[in-house]
Design a protein around this ligand. Structure first.
Ligand code: FE
Length: 215
């Protein structure tokens, strides 16, 4: 996607510095072609899985989890104690979501998620990972210089906010629960969910307080 598309896709942030096709992506593509040619995988079946994760499953699922955690203290407690059960109770289950851990952002601590080895990502709550999440540059830089990565995403945090980076694995997937913005006390869970962006649940974004034009 080029910058020309920006107006139609305001929530889709492209970060050219993190967008080259990774070696892993290239290998997966080559493998997929080979398997299809040899008749070992059914292209239609594969497309159905991809379509499900592109269209039905996406960050809106995670946004509902976050909005519920903002409005229901009981649910919030449960989410941080047993994220698997709390997320499953809302119906967000599926592959790549085994053993979820929810991370609480506060004014003292900001959490960011990466998979330094490959591209592990909580599919049931966030859908498919964005290209930059899988890029070697994001995966290496976020560990060394998380504030620098935040700056690349246009985010700056107070000096005394601790930034903690969590490395996903095949066993553990993370969901960042961002801070609820000011000025949202009268909003419903559904309205709140609309404020929650994908990047805020990875830790590369913050949630903007609603403005009059956005409501
Ligand atoms: Fe991975």
């Amino acid at each position: 996607m080029g910058y020309d598309d920006k107006h139609e896709h305001e929530h889709e942030h492209d970060h050219p510095e993190y967008s080259e096709l990774s070696e892993m992506d290239a290998r997966v593509r080559a493998l997929e072609t080979l398997l299809t040619e040899k008749g070992l995988v059914d292209q239609a079946g594969l497309s159905a899985v991809v379509e499900r994760y592109e269209k039905e499953v996406g960050p809106h699922n995670g946004a509902l989890v976050v909005a519920k955690a903002w409005t229901d203290p009981e649910y919030r407690r449960w989410l941080f104690e047993d994220a698997d059960a709390a997320i499953e109770s809302l119906g967000h289950v599926g592959r790549q979501g085994e053993h979820m851990v929810a991370l609480e952002n506060t004014s003292q601590r900001h959490n960011m998620v990466v998979c330094t080895l490959c591209s592990c990502y909580p599919w049931p709550v966030l859908g498919l990972p964005p290209v930059w999440y899988k890029s070697p540059s994001y995966r290496s830089k976020v560990v060394i210089d998380p504030r620098g990565v935040l700056a690349d995403f246009g985010v700056s945090l107070p000096e005394d906010t601790e930034i903690k980076v969590w490395d996903s694995t095949a066993e553990v997937r993370y969901l960042v629960v961002p801070m609820r913005p000011e000025g949202t006390s009268g909003m419903s869970e559904e309205q709140l969910a609309e404020l929650v962006t994908r990047d805020s649940m990875i830790g590369t974004g913050l949630i903007q307080a609603p403005t009059d034009t956005a409501r």
